[in-house]
Design a protein around this ligand. Structure first.
Ligand SMILES: Nc1nc2c(ncn2[C@@H]2O[C@H](COP(=O)(O)OP(=O)(O)OP(=O)(O)O)[C@@H](O)[C@H]2O)c(=O)[nH]1
Ligand SMILES: [Mg+2]
Length: 385
């Protein structure tokens, strides 16, 4: 590592390793952060320490919440999925939230109107989707500026990220700040996690497999593993991997989230140009135009959010009864077996057969086994022994 850390830092790191509870871990991490030399070469490490600090704090928060006290910053999940609305100050997040959901929130023509994560429910195609406006992101939130760490933790908690871009301002500039801060905060959008497996073992040292996929120095990989106290492990690379990506995979706090862009204020001057530019520059994102103020294009926005959730709806019914509402939501390619488990734990064990109506059925009421693959809109009736 290029860091040239001091003995004092190493001592703090040792203290962290020996820490027995979150409180001790937090103290050691804070010491590490103070003692780490502040230069370009240690930026990654600094960020990692900060992330760990926020993780420990979250842990402590969760504990104190369980015990019934302490403030709550993250929003409790409700519905089938949580979608974070993320954007710069004044970009129009609250207006979008108000248009799309049942939330009634304050809209202001000044920055930082919204100061805590604010939820609203959107019902679309029988699915309850929880939208959460995240307080505005600004440059350096990843360094803990403002409520930076809490803000990033609220983004991380969501299943999908909807970036709200103000088309009346420079859209690429907004995207640059947002993506940079999220990335530094350990949140990657529209990216697959690196295909690496780290199998820890009791002895035998470090062994690398699929070495040809590693773009970088084997020795650095070993040092990174030692830093995490991994002395014995098989590391399997299955696809091209850089050292940076490896470090990310090792640091389990990296979150990979699907995302889309809601390009708002489409009613204002120059919005068309900004929209075209956004679409050109960020081709891996679906960019959906909207005017929250004028209520234009709301349905396509809902549809785009729904699609990005990548779920299927499966309606369930008990023999002889009406179809139950709402449907359960599942990953695509889920089976009848999984659906049965969602209806009732024991239904998997007691499963006899199921009847299916809808897109995956050859004919209405088709009798199928538990390995039958479901499709969006199916109705399932499980018969048990
Ligand atoms: N013309 C136009 N103005 C909009 C639109 N959406 C929001 N605005 C205006 O933009 C300003 C900010 O809107 P908010 O929805 O409060 O923005 P925000 O992103 O929630 O702001 P913070 O919570 O402070 O970060 C307000 O003056 C809104 O009236 C839109 O679609 N068109
Ligand atoms: Mg707001």
């Amino acid at each position: 590592m290029p860091s040239n850390v001091t003995p004092e830092y190493q001592a703090a790191e040792e203290e962290f390793r020996q820490a027995k509870n979150p409180k001790e871990r937090l103290r050691a991490l804070e010491k590490m952060l103070t003692l780490i030399p502040k230069h370009k070469g240690t930026e990654k490490m600094q960020m990692q320490i900060k992330r760990r600090i926020s993780k420990v704090k979250e842990e402590m928060d969760a504990r104190s919440r369980k015990m019934g006290h302490g403030p709550v910053f993250n929003v409790k999940k409700e519905g089938a999925a949580q979608v974070a609305l993320v954007g710069l100050p004044n970009s129009g997040k609250s207006s979008v939230l108000t248009r799309l959901s049942n939330a009634d929130v304050q809209v202001g023509n000044y920055p930082f109107t919204t100061t805590i994560p604010t939820p609203g429910m959107l019902e679309y195609k029988d699915v309850q989707i929880q939208l959460v406006e995240i307080p505005a992101l600004i440059q350096d939130v990843s360094m803990g500026k403002g409520f930076g760490l809490q803000i990033l933790s609220a983004v991380r908690a969501a299943d999908v990220v909807a970036i709200v871009i103000d088309l009346s301002r420079d859209s690429v500039e907004q995207m640059t700040v947002i993506l940079e801060e999220l990335e530094k905060g350990g949140i990657r959008l529209n990216e697959d996690p690196p295909d690496i497996e780290i199998i820890k073992r009791a002895e035998g040292g470090i062994e690398l497999r699929g070495r040809q996929f590693l773009q970088g120095d084997e020795q650095v990989i070993k040092e990174l593993l030692l830093r995490e106290k991994v002395h014995n492990a098989i590391v399997v690379f299955r696809g091209d991997t850089t050292v940076d990506q490896f470090q990310e995979a090792l640091d389990e706090s990296t979150a990979f989230r699907p995302a889309l862009i809601l390009a708002t204020k489409g009613d204002l001057k120059n919005s068309k140009e900004q929209f075209v530019q956004l679409r050109g520059q960020y081709s891996s994102y679906e960019v959906v135009p909207i005017s929250a103020e004028k209520g234009i294009n709301l349905e396509p926005v809902k549809e785009a959010i729904y699609r990005r959730l990548n779920i299927i709806r499966v309606y369930t019914k008990t023999p002889g009864e009406q179809v139950a509402y709402p449907p359960i939501t599942m990953k695509p390619q889920s089976t009848v077996h999984e659906a049965a488990g969602r209806i009732h734990k024991q239904f998997q064990r007691k499963f006899k057969y199921a009847r299916i109506w809808g897109p995956s059925a050859k004919y209405e009421g088709q009798k199928v086994g538990s390995d039958h693959i479901l499709q969006d809109g199916d109705i399932v009736e499980v018969h048990i022994r």
